[in-house]
Design a protein around this ligand. Structure first.
Ligand code: FRU
Length: 492
């Protein structure tokens, strides 16, 4: 085994046994030690779900990118596996960047990733040349193939940048292997390239699936492309987004394009665009299809912008979202927690038709590991409340709040008092559809809050570092609201 991989595995063997359950999320993936970012290689392999991730085992900061590895059968209980890839070959000496995975017909597991090789340019700047590389393995050990890189700058369309050419996502469709890769086109903005192969080893350029044209950010990273509910969906993570109303926030953001696939031109025809998640912490999505036909998405539950901000004593940095089931309703992407979460529900507490005006606590409604749905209606026939608010992860000092303001139909999540040591973006407002009833599903784990609005019409993800003892929940309204509550503790 190559030195750097051996070193990473020895490091994990030394430190993983010391991990305390009390320092890790209960059901969200982390690297255990070190830093993680994008999910990689999310795939079904020999009946289990494998997930890899961008990983620097040695520090809680981004660094030389390895691929960490976990697997699961239910998306909630994850087994840690040894580090799968380490940088070191000439084409990936400076990092094994993001990529995908697929099970081959002969039972082997193929990983396709971006190899990075830094070169100092004439003006002294270091530039990372990016090529696509392969590793093949058995679900535990992977070897990089001799023919790496399998795609390099020769395989780019005219004007495509060899410095922004990354994040292959492999899939099998229309009788052949295909993959989408993020690239920067001659106009300086992102484009998504489609490549094809008969054997998953030899690849050739096929088409530009779609281009950014300096709309919706610049470089598009981490593409994923798949059929869903009779349509086609492209998910990308966008750099340098400029904000657009409350739909897209500036900086590193996410974009979902729903449309049709023109097979003759190998081109995506757009119907709708939208943000994927409306929270502060969501980037770099990846999906798989389960054997029972569900499309499951996972993402890095973190923002690049706040990635230097965390309590000093955490042994790890970065976590994944709860995997979500995707569908399309009324032309929009719908996201709900995987149904497997229901099997982890324990104590149920429920209330019906509770009138909320002033700050109210409900007996039995508290906790930090939970799945809670609150249904909200107006309290009086002819008058809507001015706002309705749920406070969670609360003690005398700390609170994370979710507020609905019917006047402009927005949800505001505020985590200004949720355990962060620095002043980062803590508040997000996002628009929701006007309805007689509003449904808010909240999933809390030790370091996160994920919100699903109106059966998945919107999702919003937030990291919080509030101490676990802050477990109180309260409801309040300006005006009168009537609520139903169904709360389950989660135990994994
Ligand atoms: C996205 C990203 C990818 C790249 C990886 C490097 O978060 O920038 O484009 O492959 O992270 O860690």
């Amino acid at each position: 085994m190559k030195d750097k991989l051996q070193k990473a595995r020895a490091f994990e063997q030394k430190y993983h046994p010391n991990l305390s359950k009390d320092e890790q999320p209960m059901f969200h993936v982390t690297g255990g030690v070190g830093w993680i970012n994008d999910p990689n290689g999310f795939s079904v392999y020999q009946g289990e779900y494998h997930l890899f991730y961008q990983y620097n085992p040695y520090d809680t900061k981004w660094g030389p990118m390895h691929w960490g590895h976990v697997k699961t059968t239910d998306f909630l209980h994850w087994d840690r596996l040894p580090c799968a890839l380490a940088p070191g070959e000439s084409c990936d000496k400076d990092g094994c960047f993001s990529g995908g995975a697929i099970e081959l017909p002969d039972g082997r597991h193929l990983l396709m990733y971006t190899g990075v090789r830094n070169v100092r340019s004439k003006n002294g700047i270091v530039e990372g040349f990016q090529t696509q590389c392969l590793a093949i393995g058995d679900g535990l050990d992977y070897h990089k193939v001799e023919s790496n890189p399998v795609l390099d700058e020769k395989d780019l369309p005219a004007g495509g940048s060899a410095i922004d050419f990354r994040d292959p996502k492999i899939f099998f469709a229309d009788g052949r292997y295909q993959m989408v890769i993020g690239n920067r086109a001659a106009d300086g903005s992102g484009s998504i390239l489609l490549y094809e192969s008969e054997d998953a080893l030899h690849w050739s350029f096929s088409s530009v699936l779609t281009s950014c044209h300096n709309q919706y950010g610049k470089m598009w990273e981490c593409p994923d492309f798949f059929p869903l509910c009779g349509k086609y969906v492209l998910l990308v993570s966008t750099q340098n987004m400029t904000s657009m109303g409350l739909e897209f926030h500036p900086g590193n953001s996410t974009l979902c394009i729903i449309g049709d696939y023109d097979r003759a031109q190998k081109h995506l025809l757009r119907d709708n665009t939208q943000a994927i998640d409306y929270g502060t912490d969501f980037y770099a999505t990846q999906t798989l299809e389960t054997p029972d036909g569900r499309r499951i998405m996972i993402a890095w539950m973190q923002s690049w912008e706040s990635s230097g901000c965390k309590p000093g004593n955490l042994p790890f940095f970065g976590q994944m979202t709860l995997p979500r089931e995707l569908s399309i309703r009324d032309g929009r992407l719908i996201q709900n927690p995987v149904c497997e979460l229901e099997a982890c529900r324990t104590v149920k507490v429920s209330y019906r038709d509770v009138m909320i005006t002033d700050e109210t606590n409900l007996q039995g409604v508290s906790g930090r590991f939970l799945d809670m749905t609150v249904t909200v209606r107006r309290g009086s026939k002819n008058q809507m409340y001015r706002y309705f608010k749920i406070n969670v992860a609360k003690d005398g000092e700390r609170v994370t709040s979710i507020r609905h303001k019917p006047e402009n139909n927005t949800i505001r999540v505020d985590r200004s008092r949720s355990g962060f040591p620095h002043d980062i973006v803590n508040v997000r407002d996002f628009p929701i559809a006007a309805k007689d009833e509003l449904k808010l599903r909240i999933v809390l784990d030790r370091y996160s809050l994920e919100l699903f609005v109106n059966d998945g019409e919107q999702a919003a993800s937030f990291v919080i570092y509030t101490p676990i003892t802050a477990d109180s929940i309260s409801f309040s309204a300006d005006g009168m609201a009537i609520i139903d509550v169904e709360k389950y503790d989660i135990e994994v």
